[in-house]
Design a protein around this ligand. Sequence first.
Ligand code: BF8
Ligand code: SF4
Length: 628
Amino acid sequence: MDHSSPSDKNLSIQPDTLAMIAKARAEGLEVVWDRAAAQEPQCGFCELGLSCRICVMGPCRIDPFGDGPQRGICGADAHIMVARNLGRMVAGGAAAHSDHGRDLVETLLAVGEGKAPGFGIADTAKLDRLAAEFGVEAELPTLDKAKELALAIMEEYGIKKGYLTFTRRLPEVRLEKWRALGIEPRGVDWEVTEMMHRTHMGVDNDATNLLLQALRVALADGWGGSMIATEISDVLFGTPKPTASQVNLGVLKEDQVNIILHGHSPLVSEMVVRAAQDPKLLARAQELGAKGINVVGLCCTGNEVLMRQGIPMVGNHLVQELALVTGAVETIVVDYQCIMPSLGDLAACYHTKFYTTATKAKFPGAIHLPFSPETGEALGRELVVQAVENFALRRPERVLIPGTPVAQVSGFSVEVIEQALGGTWEPLLTAIKAGQIRGAVGVVGCNNPKVVQDYGHTTLTRKLIENDILVVDTGCAAVAHAKAGFKQAEAAELAGPGLKAVCQALGIPPVLHMGSCVDNTRIINLAAALAQALGVDLDQLPLAAAAPEWYSEKAATIATYAVASGIYTVLGVMPPVLGSSAVTDLLLNGLEAPLGATFAVEPDPTKAADLIMSHIEAKRRGLGLKAR
Ligand code: BF8
Ligand code: SF4
């Protein structure tokens, strides 16, 4: 019997998602869309950014229609309130990415000190390049070099450096723009702390000044914490190369032990992937009647292991609950970020075991087995052992796995793209100059129940590639694109004639997967490399970014560092800023003169594509290239 209501069809464009919503309904289970409906109508003050609970004289709110209060109890007006709220949002995202990066650095240090069995240096060439960048002696043996690099990178979090080392990858003109505004980022933790300080009651009460710090804390993420996470993950686990895999709920296997890896860090997940290949554990799985051990990924942890190990991707943000509703999951292992606190309840409705592995991220209904670099390898094995034993408790009558897996190729790191082009950016620049490729766009970010799942991503991207614009993607957008089949070489057929010819010549899809959300730093590194090769600033390039379905503080931070780096960014969901005309105007118009880029907000992905295409043509004109 089909339990889905007609209105459910408007929740997602994905058949596997809709099938599992129907199963959840039939089994009487609550999922994210039900809770979203229960929250209606959402608070109008909060949507406009006009509520504040920073101190306990409040909470306060400001009446947008002018009849009620126009100031909080402390005297803060709408502009101060909106700017403070936005500043804290951006600081929250920077903190999340950067603290994730710190965990990688801690592990690199443990590797260097010989205290992390099972971990090692997978990419020594990258270790060498980073060591040179951070002034670590080239002659040191590998492990000593790893240790010295880890110690040098730890300094990036503090207050010792005058600037963040990775910012030196940018053209000098960009750094001059930041200096002119006073937003050149200092230590990562410094910028987050200063944002929190400034937004305490009675500190920074100038909306523009607050927004400048929001730009600076975002830059400390993009050219600091997030970039550290990406680079050190590559050193420890390998720089991604194009890898074939599959995507959607159909990657779960009815006849195998299914393990889902969810969250953002590769530390535990890499160890689970390795343990799942142990012949002894495979033999035990077979003894219990399973044909094998099937490890799959979800969200950004999924992207990490997909890009490096070819682990199939089960889904993006809004699929996390539905994956458990299949009834086929023995174990879900999480680290941190974007993990719904509802997972424990759902796991308890099945035989599924839910494990948390970070001391900083505990959840109701979960079994907590904390990771450390010293014990990570043993933890990976223990998690697989428990999953295998749990197969015996699966109830086949409750299992339903929808969908047929779709093939995808992922793993386009900057290094690999440069190699594929023959070690120089020239062929790509030639194709852009000739107009075969008009420009490139990063389509990134989340799912949000306010948007029909994956409609924003796929509609925007389809239109961009049709118009000869190369798309690079990360995060949950990347999963949406893969499910739509955009990441197969054959998808070149969907591209306009110029892009199609380039893709066919190189044997690549028109949508290149560059990784998880911290890997948006691969995109800005690519932009910086192209700008350096052309001898221009980033804002002169025919580039843009879009986050059609964003929900998270981290996405707000990414968008902010993209704009501050000179990349025009279109959001599909309105951030909570409309309560202040001053803040809204600054974001949409005021950044163009000092930074060469702005935000735009356009919920309709077809119109967002039009905005981006006219931006790209304008940038082409600026460079003296032929424009449409
Ligand atoms: O960091 S795209 S929903 S999973 S925040 Fe979260 Fe958004 Fe997905 Fe990855 Ni990024
Ligand atoms: Fe109200 Fe001001 Fe306190 Fe915010 S900081 S809760 S506006 S008194």
